[in-house]
Write a protein that binds this ligand. Structure first.
Ligand SMILES: [Zn+2]
Length: 204
């Protein structure tokens, strides 16, 4: 039996023996994540937006191009309980914390969960153009070694969002962040091993 035909966990999509979902409960943050994704992306085993959806509460997906996606985005932008922002590493960058202080509201963070090429395309959709872009204050090297990315500053969805959460609430949920980051590293390691990839600590 090949690895790909082995039974997989429906959440983390690792083989049952490698599953990272045990002892794991989703944690709550006051900011909302609106995950812009696609059915195709969601089916990819190495997709990290899917991991976010079960590790964090307050995450909802919008499937780009599917029936009603524009209305869904519009209504997310119009919400009065949050300030809408897009997390994307493009200068000039505002910081999430500044936005929270200025508006006094939690953020509704639009995250483009797709390839970098697609993300740039989605970013230029007329609906999303007026939404402010925010970036990370510091960008550590990527720990996601499963797909190519254009450079050091380009993090996968999971790492970018968890770093942002840590920046927005310094010290607020250290233990939870540490736990989900450990789980994430295990997940990357298991998938890399399945694919016969070798990971070294220094690889960007
Ligand atoms: Zn699992």
């Amino acid at each position: 039996m090949t690895k790909s035909s082995q039974e997989r966990c429906i959440q983390c999509r690792l083989t049952i023996q490698d599953c990272i979902c045990r002892d794991m409960s989703a944690f709550w943050v006051e900011h909302k994540i609106t995950l812009l994704t696609s059915k195709r992306e969601e089916r990819i085993i190495s997709n990290t937006g899917r991991l976010l959806r079960w590790m964090m509460k307050n995450v909802s997906p919008v499937y780009m191009g599917e029936n009603g996606w524009e209305e869904e985005i519009k209504s997310e932008i119009m919400r009065t309980d949050y300030t809408p922002v897009i997390l994307f590493p493009t200068p000039p960058v505002c910081y999430g914390q500044t936005m929270v202080e200025e508006t006094g509201k939690p953020l509704n963070i639009f995250v483009l969960d797709t390839s970098w090429k697609n993300a740039r395309r989605w970013l230029h959709k007329p609906l999303l153009l007026p939404v402010k872009k925010i970036g990370l204050k510091t960008t550590p090297p990527s720990v996601y070694h499963l797909r190519k990315h254009p450079g050091q500053d380009y993090l996968c969805t999971f790492q970018a969002v968890t770093l942002l959460m840590a920046e927005l609430r310094p010290g607020g949920f250290d233990a939870a962040i540490i736990q989900i980051n450990e789980k994430f590293k295990l997940w990357v390691k298991s998938l890399a091993r399945e694919r016969g990839m070798s990971i070294t600590a220094t690889r960007p």
